[in-house]
Design a protein around this ligand. Sequence first.
Ligand code: NAP
Ligand code: ZN
Ligand code: ZN
Length: 352
Amino acid sequence: MATQAKAWGTKGPHERLEPMAIERRDLRPEDVSIKISHCGICHSDVHFANDDWGMSLYPMVPGHEIVGTVNAVGSAVGKYMAGDRVAVGCLVDSCRTCEQCQSGEEQFCNQMPTFTYSGKDRQSGEITKGGYSSQIVVREEFVCRWPDNLDMGRGAPLLCAGITTYSPLRRFGAGPGKKVGVAGLGGLGHLAVKFAAAMGAQVTMITTSPEKGEDARGLGADDVLLSNDLEVMASAANRFDLIVNTIPVTHNVGPYLDLLKANGVMVIVGAIDELPGLHGGALVMRNRVVAGSLIGGLPETQEMLDFCAEHRIQPETEFIRIDEVNHAWDRMLKGDVRYRFVIDMDSLNEAQ
Ligand code: NAP
Ligand code: ZN
Ligand code: ZN
């Protein structure tokens, strides 16, 4: 007998989210059952719900920025016990044996990782269901330990927005003496600014929204560039060692590439799409690099949480009730979020 859980989900592309009763599997020996307290809303939730990437499975319960408390563990679980504060991000399983898994990069599992939602459970074949829900059951290797001095509700967005920006900043050496630009001040972008500043880099926010300039400085940016002012962009040519580009849609990357110094790197984390304006000359003539980055593996996700605890880094969040989730998605698509929505799962009890 599986356990009944409350959830909100969608039955097909471009449909609204609605209440859904779902089942969580009985605990396998290596499973951890988690009572979810909060779940962040990621822009990818909307991309997945609308099948923008052609891989969506329905019914879909989104949510991969999950925090909560362990309420039961399987017989072989050694790492966690009931009452522990834990978190789950974008992955709930992988083959665990291939070269990528063995090196802690489960997101690149050669046999496809199992995503937290819209994936297929490796044993039963059932569609995985995410964190817009009261409970989740996950293998212990894919559960992170929540640091004592981090707030759980506010911290939920670290599980995707956090690791997705922390990982490329580390990989490309953000730190003292480096000039880092962050394009797009949303959920990912605001954490990229906080991380890069905490790592000791000089940070510039590159935004389409003049009104966000003051916020960016408050988050740790030393400077702000308005990307739709081409004169301002031209005056900043050859400035950055690294740009983390979180823009969620296809866009002309030419003006952003021109901002890179010789040997500079632009990491695409937002647009899983064609990138018009990518001219070989802009790369060749200055040894520039265009890179991509996908979330992060489990060891690095735990490292990122511990980094946040040590450096007192918390996302900027707006808490919502589950029955406000459709409205929150609409607001996020309009850029009207400062800077991540987090659903309080206690509201599930009142909303259904
Ligand atoms: P978000 O909160 O909606 O923020 C995106 C920001 O990008 C907006 O606030 C806006 O900032 C800017 N922007 C939006 N439309 C733009 C346009 N047409 N041109 C230029 N700038 C634009 O989204 P998010 O949750 O941070 O996610 C960002 C993207 O990363 C999404 O596509 C998401 O699917 C993807 N993602 C990727 C990974 C990964 O592993 N690679 C993980 C998580 C999310 P300004 O107002 O400052 O311009
Ligand atoms: Zn995400
Ligand atoms: Zn693997």
